[in-house]
Design a protein around this ligand. Structure first.
Ligand code: ZN
Length: 228
């Protein structure tokens, strides 16, 4: 299973032994799924789903177009997203170490029975942080040589209002922890955006031109990210 950003939607794509592509919208949150034949290429999956944009839009509207309810108490049954895919949270009371594991549809949190919501949130946020720590170096290795810049340092921060920031003078970038909840496309966009500040400090026309040069689809990605 993987998530693809198609027509502005995070689509969870699963290859199966079938003849035709099926799209379905899952209740209650309106997330978009597609079962696709094994032989289908990424390009033709993309084209087929894009051609059904109207249908997807209509059905999501019907469902209220709601994003999954964010976990608030970090209790079993709540929904948590990992790289854009929703998982059901299941607590596993334990006396042993805290641990997070993912199965196909469930995020298991092994934690002390008497833990508080804040403690559980902290454990899960640390786990999200680890996911990002594994992902970001590869993105920097991919983009720094292409863009001809180098970030001296990067950090992950749980920020409320921004997806990333760049301290141009110190060449340090900060990435929002919450990007681990979203389709990896968004993380890559934010990394490129922050690196682009090492070329051009402000969000002026020059900045936008470089963004378009490196990530031609950046406007759509930004729009989709800020709608969620
Ligand atoms: Zn910026």
């Amino acid at each position: 299973m993987k998530t693809m950003l198609i027509a502005g939607y995070d689509v969870t794509v699963e290859k199966k032994n079938i003849k035709h592509l099926h799209i379905y919208i899952k209740a209650p949150d309106g997330s978009v799924y597609a079962s696709v034949p094994r032989y289908m290429t990424e390009e033709s999956i993309r084209l087929t789903i894009e051609s059904k944009r109207e249908w997807i839009h209509k059905h999501k509207e019907k469902m209220g177009n709601r994003e999954p309810q964010c976990a608030k108490r970090f209790e079993s049954g709540e929904t948590l997203c990992v790289w854009g895919v929703p998982y059901r949270l299941a607590l596993l009371p334990s006396k042993k170490e805290n641990k997070v594991t993912l199965s196909e549809e469930t995020l298991f949190l092994q934690v002390k029975e008497e833990s508080s919501a804040a403690q559980r949130e902290k454990i899960i946020n640390e786990w999200y942080r680890e996911l990002l720590k594994k992902e970001i170096p590869g993105l920097l290795q991919k983009w720094e040589p292409v863009m001809g810049v180098h970030a001296e340092d990067w950090q992950i921060k749980n920020m409320r209002t921004r997806w990333g920031t760049c301290n141009v003078r110190e060449k340090r970038i900060w990435i929002n922890l919450n990007l681990a909840k979203k389709n990896p496309v968004y993380l890559e966009y934010i990394v490129v955006h922050e690196l682009c500040h090492l070329i051009e400090k402000s969000h002026n026309e020059v900045f936008k031109k470089w963004m378009t040069y490196y990530l031609p689809d950046w406007r759509n990605i930004r729009k989709a990210l800020n709608e969620r």
